[in-house]
Write a protein that binds this ligand. Structure first.
Ligand SMILES: [Zn+2]
Length: 404
């Protein structure tokens, strides 16, 4: 079970320490995403070298493939994927929300299986950092062994059952996510169902003693609903919270305002998770609002497209002007990629040996996000987060010319 405490605050930003039976946790913290039990382009040894403390996998996807029986026979997710540190599993509430053929009932969410994501009518694109769709290559494989589509019901109890098999350290309940903008009545109904499902997840039991179940805060952009949701979740008793229902179509102002009012409503000494945040500017904005942990596929997705994060904004390594560039992706970066190879070399690889190029850039991008959070943590501990935030943005926005 997670024990978490805030060790320093600087403005709204927090630095915290978590203890679990498996490993410690230092926040603010970025969590690389391995939807199908692998972070694209990065093997566990490299992720340890980059000092990633926790990875995020998707229980819904792993229930689809390889499924309970194989996962059980493999001795759980840590052993299966060769990752000895912390794991958080998402329940699939968001993946289900993106399916247009879904029907949400009190019992659970009903939808078709046996289709690829491409074939399924899906809603919008890339919200919540686009997790799922871009890293869903595995589902193509399953499609080749084409079973006829069948109607299945994904319930709160089922989400807990599979996460108990996975043995992840942090477990997410099934929640009800609505697109934004939405009206008060729709948001209220979704929030209330989320609460009923949170209780069902708690009542389901079956989790191992070391597993921590999160509460998910819904309520769209309405402060009164967010408040009611948090109060009710507190009454049910959760050790950590996820802020749900953001990155689902709201305006930048609504996103900021919602984050701004939800942060202070949450109990101080409980871990706060914001889903789907992986762009450097958004990550720091979340930290400023009091978020402790966040995850996104963005660093690995960008790497596959040849785009690297740098302290001076994005760099597209496929651009012809970089062919003779002898500098590292980011000369100030200490990652394994920047300490060895140049932009010119990576440019060459993106036109010849793409997989290796993607691995090099994924290594850098994930390091960049991890290091950004480590630096943010240091700034909070020194009581100068606002200054750090301001300086980072001034530098990050200086060279927009290289952007994608
Ligand atoms: Zn680097």
């Amino acid at each position: 079970m997670l024990e978490f405490r805030v060790v320093a605050e600087s403005g709204g930003a927090r630095a915290g320490e978590g203890r679990t039976s498996r490993a410690p946790l230092h926040t603010p913290l970025f969590m690389p995403v391995g939807t199908h039990a692998a972070v694209n382009g990065l093997v566990p040894g490299v992720l340890e070298q980059l000092d990633a403390e926790i990875l995020v996998c998707n229980a819904f996807r792993l229930a689809e493939q390889p499924g309970d029986s194989i996962l059980r026979s493999q001795g759980g997710l840590h052993r299966f994927m060769g990752w000895p540190r912390l794991l958080l599993t998402d329940s699939g509430g968001f993946q289900v929300y993106r399916l247009e053929d879904r029907v949400v009932r009190e019992e659970g969410v009903e939808f078709h299986v046996g289709k690829t994501e491409e074939e399924r009518p899906s809603k919008g694109r890339a919200a919540r950092g686009g997790r799922g769709k871009q890293e869903a290559a595995g589902s193509r494989q399953s499609d080749r062994t084409a079973k006829p589509p069948e109607r299945v019901l994904w319930t709160p109890e089922r989400a807990i059952e599979i996460q108990a098999v996975l043995g992840s350290d942090f477990v997410m309940p099934l929640d009800v996510c609505v697109s934004l903008p939405t009206d008060h009545a729709t948001a209220k109904a979704a929030m209330e169902r989320t609460l009923r499902w949170a209780k069902r997840c708690k009542d389901a039991g079956g989790l191992a003693p070391g597993q921590t179940l999160f509460g998910i805060v819904q309520g769209a952009t309405f402060p009164d609903l967010r408040r009611r949701c948090i109060d009710a979740l507190e009454e049910l008793g959760f050790a950590a919270y996820a802020i749900g229902g953001l990155n689902v179509g709201e305006s930048a102002e609504d996103y900021r305002a919602t984050l701004g009012h939800v942060g202070p409503m949450l109990p101080r000494h409980k871990l706060r998770y914001l889903m789907g945040v992986g762009r450097p500017e958004a990550m720091l904005e979340a930290v400023a609002a009091g978020v402790d942990i966040m995850d996104s596929i963005v660093p690995t997705k960008y790497a596959r497209e040849g785009t690297a994060f740098t302290s001076r904004g994005l760099v597209n390594l496929a651009k012809p002007k970089l062919a003779k560039d002898r500098l590292a992706i980011d000369p100030s970066c200490r990652c394994p990629t920047c300490s060895r190879v140049s932009r010119g070399y990576l440019h060459h690889l993106f036109h010849t040996t793409t997989t290796t190029a993607q691995v090099f850039v994924a290594t850098h991008n994930v390091w960049f996000c991890l290091e950004l959070m480590r630096n943010a943590r240091a700034a909070v501990l020194e009581g100068r987060f606002a200054e750090f935030h301001r300086e980072f943005l001034a530098e990050y926005r200086r060279e927009r010319g290289d952007a994608r």
